[in-house]
Design a protein around this ligand. Structure first.
Ligand code: T68
Length: 834
C-alpha cells in the first residue's frame, strides 16, 4: 500500500478560497443541479428541457468526480509509481451516467434530489446517447478494463481517438441493413473535458535526411512533413467504491495553425480552410470493420496520429515528472497494445529515443521491449494487420527504416543463432511478408517489440503458441502468457440487473462486488425453492420489459413465458448466425409437419451489425428478417415460434437483452472465436449457454460444470482433422434429409417471393464449401437444442442450472483479468487514493 497522506500532496495555499460545497446530501445535489441548469445552461428551472436536466445532472455528478480525478492524478505523480497506459483504437463505453452513479454511490441521493424536483431519474438515464466508439468485443473489453483499473486502484490512462462519429446506427429497410451516421456528440457531451494545454503536434509523410549532434554523431532527421495537432479530451473513469478516478484521454485531430498561416499569407484563404477540413477528417469516423483489415491510408494515419499524440504525452510526463535517465522509463510507464492497431507505437518510441533523445540503438531497443506488451484478439488470417510497404514508406518513412533495422537485427541475431542458414525460417519470422508484394506484419512487430504477448482465453493462447506464432514461441517461450477475458460485474449485473444484484447481496452480503469469487456462496441457494422462485421472478420481470421493447421496435408480440433464445454479437460467418438460422428453419418445418409436437414456445432474438461492405453478412441479416416475417405471421405456427431481429444492437440494448435471456447462443466454429465476452455476461445473468468448445466457452464449461451448459459440435482438433481429410458439405446435405429440406427451402422463393434473394447464403453452404462447417455441426446443434427444450420444460431444474451459472462465473470478472495483467505483465502495485 503506497498511500501517502493527502496533506503532503496539496500544501495549504492561504490565499485560495475554499471550494464550494460538493456534499453528497440530497440538498447539496439539488442545488448543484439547479446551479448548472441556471448558470451553465442559462435555462429557467421552470422551462428547462429534459436534455437540460440530463446535462445538469451529469455535470453535478462530474463536479464530484473531478475532485477525485485531481487527487488521483496528484497522488500518482507524487508517489512516482508505474502507470499503465492502455492504447486502444476503440472504447465501447455505452452510457455513463448510471454507471457513474452506481460506482460512486451517488445513485440514491441523485434519484431523491431529482424526484424532489419532480424529475424522474430513470427517464433521464434512458435519454443518454451511447458512446459507441468501438465495433464489438475488443472495444467493449477496453471499456470494462477502464472500469476495473479505477476500481482496483491501479494508476492508469486509457488513450484513444475522439471520433466524431462512432459505429454507424443500424436500421432495417425491407429486412435489409441500412447504415446511418452516429452523431453521438452532436450536442457535445457533459462527460468530456478539453485539455488544450496538453495539445500535441504530430508529423506525417515527408522524407528522411541526416543531421549531426554536438558530438558529431549522425542522426536521422524527418523533414518536409505535414503536421497535425491532437487536442486531448478527458473522460473521468469512476471506479466502484474506490476514490481512484483515472481518465480516458481521446485525441481529436486539428489542423496545424502555423501550417495554414503560411498559405493564408500567400492569399489562399479557401485553400487554407480546405487543408483544415482534411486534417480534421483524421478523427472523423470509426472504421466499421471488426475482422478484416482494409489497408486504407486514412486508417494508418488514424493509428499513427493517436499513437504519436499518446507517446508524446507519456514522454512529456516522464521528462517533467522526474529527472531520471531514460533507462528508468519502463519503471514509470507500461504500455499495453490492444491488438496490433496501435503497434506503430513501437517504431515511434524508437524514433523518439534515437532521433530526438540521441540514445544508441541497443539502449533504445531495451527500453521498448521493457515498456510494451501486446494482446492478440484473433487468429483469423484476414484480420491480421499488414501494411503495404509502399504505403507505409509514404506515410511514415522514418518508421519504415526503423522497422527494417529491427528486422535485420532479429533475423541476423536470434533467428540465425537458433536456425543457422535456414532461409525458410527467416521468411516465416520476418517482419516483412514477401509472398506477393511486400507487407509489414504488425503482429510480428508486436511480439518482437515487447516483453509479453497474451491471448484472451486459454484455448486461444494455446492456439497462438501452436499455430499463429510457433517459431516466435520456440524462440521466446517466456513471452507468451494467457489472460482470460472478463467483464465488469458493475455494468453487467449491478447496473443492468439491479434486482438480481440486490437478491445476491441480500443472500450472501456485499463482498461479491469487489471479489466476484464470493458469488460461489450462492451455490447452496440453487437448492432453495424460495430463492429459485425469486430468481425466476426477476428473470420474468426482465422478459416483460424486453417484450415491450420487441413490440415497440419490431412490432411483434411475444410472450414472456416463451424461452428467450438470444444471439447478440457482431455478424460474422465464423460466429455462425446462419447455423442458428438453419435450426430455426428446421423447427419451423417440424411445427408445420407435426403441429401437435410438444415443443415449448420459443422466441429467437438476434442483435448484430454487419460491416457495411460485408456482403454475405448482410445477406444473412436479410434472411433472418425474412424468415422472421414469415414465421411471425404464419397462423399455423401461432405462439410456438417467434423470430425477432432487434435493430441497432449496442451496449444499451445489450443491457436490456442480457438480463432477459434464457439461452445464450455461443456457436462459433471451434478455433475461431478468440474468447467471447457476451458469453460471460449472459451466463452471469442466468442464461444457460448452448455452445461449442471455443474461446472462453471452454473455461465457462469448466466453471459451471457440464450439467449446467449445453456443449455440442466439433472440437478444434476435429475441425483440423476434417479439413485435412477434405471437408465436403455435400455429404452432409445428401445424408441428412432434414438438413437438405432446410437448405432447399432457404434457396426457394418461399421467404420473399424471389429465389435468388438468398442464393449467396445457400451457395456459401454448398457451392463455396461451407468454410465455417455449419453443415458438419448442424445435427449436433439440432440435437443439443432438443435437450434445451426438454430442460426448459422443467422450470425448477432450469432455474437451478441458471442459479449455478450466476454463482460460478466469478472468474470472468474483469477485476480478476486486470489483476492478472497487473501481476503477470505490468508488475503494477495498487495505490489507494485516500
Ligand atoms: C474480439 N475481437 C474477439 N475485434 O473476436 C472476441 N478487429 O473473441 C474477443 O472476446 C474480444 O475481441 C475481446 O478480446 C474484436 O472485437 C474487433 O472489434 C476489431 C476491430 C477492428 C479491427 C479488427
Amino acid at each position: 500500500d503506497l498511500s501517502i497522506p493527502l496533506s503532503s500532496l496539496s500544501p495549504a495555499t492561504p490565499m485560495t478560497p475554499a471550494p464550494c460545497d460538493l456534499g453528497n446530501s440530497t440538498e447539496a445535489i439539488k442545488s448543484s443541479i439547479v446551479n448548472h441548469v441556471r448558470f451553465t445552461l442559462g435555462a429557467y428551472v421552470d422551462s428547462a428541457s429534459p436534455n437540460d436536466w440530463w446535462v445538469a445532472t451529469c455535470l453535478a455528478v462530474r463536479d464530484r468526480v473531478m475532485d477525485s480525478a485531481t487527487k488521483s492524478r496528484t497522488l500518482h505523480r507524487k508517489s512516482g509509481v508505474r502507470r499503465i497506459h492502455y492504447l486502444s483504437l476503440e472504447y465501447l463505453m455505452g452510457r455513463l451516467l448510471e454507471n457513474n452513479l452506481r460506482n460512486s454511490g451517488l445513485y440514491d441521493s441523485v434519484k431523491q434530489a431529482l424526484s424532489e424536483m419532480g424529475k424522474d431519474l430513470d427517464a433521464l438515464l434512458q435519454s443518454e446517447p451511447d458512446m459507441g466508439l468501438g465495433n464489438g468485443g475488443l472495444g467493449r473489453l477496453a471499456a470494462c478494463f477502464m472500469d476495473s483499473l479505477s476500481t482496483m486502484n491501479l494508476p492508469a490512462i486509457g488513450y484513444g481517438i475522439h471520433y466524431e462519429f462512432g459505429l454507424f446506427r443500424q436500421e432495417f429497410v425491407n429486412g435489409r441493413q441500412v447504415e446511418h451516421p452516429d452523431a453521438w456528440m452532436r450536442d457535445g457531451s457533459p462527460w468530456k473535458i478539453a485539455r488544450p494545454s496538453y495539445r500535441q503536434r504530430v508529423q506525417l509523410y515527408g522524407r528522411v535526411t541526416q543531421r549531426f549532434d554536438e558530438n558529431g554523431n549522425p542522426h536521422a532527421q524527418w523533414v518536409d512533413t505535414k503536421c497535425l495537432l491532437g487536442l486531448p479530451w478527458d473522460i473521468p473513469i469512476v471506479g466502484y467504491d474506490s476514490h481512484t478516478v483515472n481518465v480516458l484521454r481521446l485525441w481529436q485531430a486539428q489542423a496545424d495553425e502555423d501550417f495554414n498561416f503560411k498559405i493564408f499569407n500567400e492569399g489562399s484563404y479557401i485553400e487554407a480552410l480546405r487543408e483544415k477540413a482534411i486534417a480534421e477528417t483524421v478523427s472523423k469516423v470509426l472504421y466499421p470493420n471488426d475482422a478484416t483489415e482494409s489497408g486504407k491510408e486514412l486508417r494508418l494515419v488514424q493509428q499513427y496520429f493517436f499513437v504519436a499524440c499518446s507517446l508524446a504525452d507519456i514522454v512529456r510526463r516522464f521528462k517533467n515528472g522526474y529527472s531520471l535517465p531514460w533507462s528508468e522509463f519502463p519503471s514509470k510507464a507500461a504500455i499495453q497494445l490492444n491488438d496490433t492497431h496501435p503497434a506503430v507505437a513501437i517504431p515511434e518510441l524508437m524514433r523518439i529515443l534515437l532521433d530526438e533523445e540521441n540514445l544508441d540503438w541497443g539502449s533504445a531497443w531495451k527500453i521498448c521491449q521493457e515498456t510494451f506488451s501486446y494482446t492478440n484478439h484473433t487468429l483469423l488470417p484476414e484480420a491480421l494487420e499488414m501494411w503495404s510497404v509502399g504505403l507505409f514508406e509514404r506515410v511514415l518513412p522514418r518508421h519504415l527504416q526503423i522497422i527494417y533495422r529491427i528486422n535485420a537485427q532479429f533475423l541476423d541475431g536470434p533467428v540465425e543463432a537458433r536456425w543457422p542458414g535456414d532461409a525458410a525460417k527467416k521468411r516465416v519470422l520476418s517482419l516483412i511478408d514477401e509472398r506477393g508484394g511486400k507487407y509489414v506484419r504488425m503482429a510480428h512487430m508486436s511480439v518482437l517489440g515487447g516483453h509479453a504477448t497474451n491471448g484472451v482465453a486459454a484455448l486461444h493462447t494455446r492456439l497462438l503458441c501452436e499455430r499463429l506464432f510457433p517459431e516466435f514461441h520456440e524462440l521466446f517461450p517466456e513471452r507468451f502468457v494467457n489472460i482470460t477475458n472478463g467483464v465488469t460485474f458493475r455494468r453487467w449485473l449491478d447496473v443492468c440487473n439491479p434486482q438480481l444484484s440486490s437478491l445476491i447481496t441480500e443472500t450472501i452480503g456485499e463482498g461479491w462486488k469487489k471479489d466476484a469469487s464470493k458469488l460461489r456462496g450462492l451455490d447452496a441457494s440453487a437448492d432453495d425453492a424460495g430463492f429459485r422462485d425469486r430468481y425466476r421472478a426477476i428473470k420474468r420481470h426482465h422478459k416483460v420489459v424486453l417484450a415491450k421493447i420487441i413490440q415497440d421496435s419490431c412490432g411483434v408480440c411475444v410472450s414472456p413465458d416463451a424461452l428467450f433464445d438470444v444471439q447478440i454479437k457482431r455478424l460474422h460467418e465464423y460466429k455462425r448466425q446462419h447455423l442458428n438460422l438453419l435450426n430455426i428453419v428446421t423447427l419451423y418445418r417440424q411445427i408445420l409437419n407435426n403441429p401437435k409436437a410438444d415443443f415449448h414456445p420459443r422466441v429467437f432474438i438476434f442483435g448484430a451489425k454487419a460491416a457495411p461492405g460485408y456482403f454475405l453478412a448482410k445477406n444473412i441479416i436479410h434472411a433472418i428478417n425474412s424468415l422472421a416475417n414469415k414465421v411471425n405471421n404464419d397462423p399455423r405456427v401461432g405462439d410456438k415460434l417467434k423470430v425477432v431481429f432487434l435493430p441497432n444492437y449496442g451496449v444499451s440494448l445489450a443491457e436490456k437483452i442480457i438480463p432477459a435471456a434464457d439461452l445464450s447462443e455461443q456457436i462459433s466454429t471451434a478455433g475461431k472465436e478468440a474468447s467471447g465476452t457476451g458469453n460471460m455476461k449472459l451466463a452471469l445473468n442466468g442464461a444457460l449457454t448452448i455452445g461449442t468448445l471455443d474461446g472462453a466457452n471452454v473455461e465457462i464449461a469448466e466453471e459451471v460444470g457440464d450439467d449446467n451448459i449445453f456443449i455440442f459440435g466439433l472440437t478444434v482438433e476435429q475441425v483440423t482433422d476434417l479439413k485435412a481429410r477434405g471437408y465436403n458439405p455435400w455429404e452432409y446435405y445428401w445424408n441428412n434429409e432434414a438438413l437438405r429440406d432446410t437448405i432447399d427451402w432457404i434457396g426457394s422463393d418461399y421467404f420473399t417471393g424471389h429465389a435468388h434473394d438468398f442464393k449467396p447464403l445457400r451457395d456459401s453452404f454448398l457451392e463455396h464449401g461451407d468454410p465455417y462447417l455449419c453443415l458438419a455441426d448442424y445435427q449436433m446443434y439440432v440435437d443439443a437444442q432438443a435437450k434445451v427444450d426438454a430442460a426448459y420444460k422443467q422450470p425448477e431444474l432450469w432455474t437451478k442450472m441458471a442459479v449455478l451459472n450466476t454463482a460460478r462465473v466469478g472468474f470472468f470478472s474483469s477485476d480478476r483479468t486486470i489483476q492478472d495483467y497487473a501481476d503477470k505483465v505490468w508488475k503494477l502495485p495498487q495505490v489507494a487514493v485516500p
